[in-house]
Design a protein around this ligand. Structure first.
Ligand SMILES: NC(=O)c1ccc[n+]([C@@H]2O[C@H](COP(=O)([O-])OP(=O)(O)OC[C@H]3O[C@@H](n4cnc5c(N)ncnc54)[C@H](OP(=O)(O)O)[C@@H]3O)[C@@H](O)[C@H]2O)c1
Length: 325
């Protein structure tokens, strides 16, 4: 059976954490962000990613409002259940909340946001997810921030369905160790790339200023040392995009598509949405991909730890922490 991505030839989508309206700064409004999403879908973006935790449901609500203006067959919704809510007796209730906020009768790709704690019975939870999938409330199953070790375990619990994607941090300078990428490729599990723009860092606009909002305060890319390390790459991106008459964001996202991953850039306004739309018709030359790789290879941060939370952290503690997102 073909996956959601193969069947529909999805090679790019958009992320909507910014529509949760928390932690990304006050330099944009929800109206502006919603209008930008409407523009994106009207111009051909079909894959929209959100999560129950973004703004405590606010992102799903805002996305749902925009989706009312489109026919159901025009888009694919991917949302996520928090790893700390992924318990067999809780999944249906969490899914119901997402469906209501998104004004939808089904979710195209339902993802487990991060590896659940050690107290979760993964077998029971995935069996329940498979039941829900059979009933048609969710069409495809995905995960996010899962290690190959955990994916191997899960494959024993799913009978009729398969994990079709793993949403992980992947961009020119941040990605998992090659062993993890190889496992996903060998098992036909699509990589959905979160932070494809390095939360704005790769566009070069933060060479002289700090980004707005608390979310990026913990991102080490925005520290002074990073700037020294990555300046040659940022300069290359800036000069090459000027030469090609595209924005740095369009260049960076086109690079990721060439790598076979599905980037889901976040956006706040019409200009950023336009840079994403440009990717749909722009074809990056292989020579440029090679040049970027040559500069980036020695400075890529390859991470081996996929999970966010220590496995023994109780779910109720994690649920308190994620209220901030
Ligand atoms: N599964 C997970 O654990 C996980 C984690 C994080 C994110 N995600 C998902 O992935 C999506 C994308 O990741 P992300 O939002 O962390 O990072 P990102 O897409 O790399 O960066 C988004 C930020 O970059 C800036 N930007 C966007 N377009 C730009 C352009 N054309 N020119 C210049 N700057 C631009 C904007 O912020 P400024 O304008 O303020 O600079 C925007 O908020 C999220 O929306 C979310 O759906 C998933």
């Amino acid at each position: 059976m073909k996956s959601l991505f193969e069947e529909n030839q999805i090679n790019i989508g958009v992320g909507t954490w910014q529509l949760g309206m928390k932690g990304w700064g006050k330099d944009y409004s929800s109206t502006e962000a919603k209008e930008s999403l409407e523009f994106l879908i009207s111009k051909g973006i079909r894959f929209i990613d959100t999560a129950e935790i973004y703004g405590n449901g606010e992102s799903e609500r805002n996305v749902g409002e925009v989706l009312k203006n489109f026919k159901r067959e025009q888009y694919f919704i991917a949302t996520k259940i928090a790893g700390s809510n992924f318990k067999a007796n809780k999944i249906r209730q969490r899914l119901k909340g997402s469906l209501e906020r998104l004004n939808s009768e089904y979710i195209d790709l339902y993802q487990v946001h991060w590896e659940p704690s050690a107290y979760t019975n993964l077998k029971d939870s995935f069996k329940e997810l498979e039941n829900i999938c059979r009933e048609g409330l969710i069409r495809h199953i995905g995960v996010s921030n899962f290690s190959s070790e955990k994916l191997r375990e899960i494959s024993n619990y799913l009978k009729d369905c398969k994990v079709e994607s793993n949403q992980i941090k992947y961009n020119i300078i941040e990605r998992p160790i090659q062993k993890e990428i190889n496992y996903l490729n060998e098992n036909n599990i699509k990589i959905i790339a979160w932070s494809p723009l390095g939360q704005g860092f790769l566009t070069g606009k933060y060479m002289e200023k700090k980004p707005a909002g608390f979310i990026r305060r913990v991102n080490s890319l925005f520290r002074k040392e990073s700037l020294e390390k990555y300046t040659p790459l940022l300069n290359y991106i800036k000069n090459k995009s000027q030469e090609l008459n595209i924005s740095p964001a369009t260049l960076v996202l086109s690079y990721e598509i060439k790598k076979g991953v599905v980037p889901i850039p976040g956006f706040k306004n019409r200009k950023q949405a336009e840079d994403i739309i440009k990717v749909l018709t722009f074809n990056l030359d292989d020579q440029i991909v090679r040049e970027i790789d040559k500069i980036a290879e020695p400075i890529i941060k390859r991470y081996s730890k996929m999970g966010f939370y220590p496995p023994y952290l109780p779910n109720f503690v994690v649920n308190i922490i994620i209220r901030w997102f």
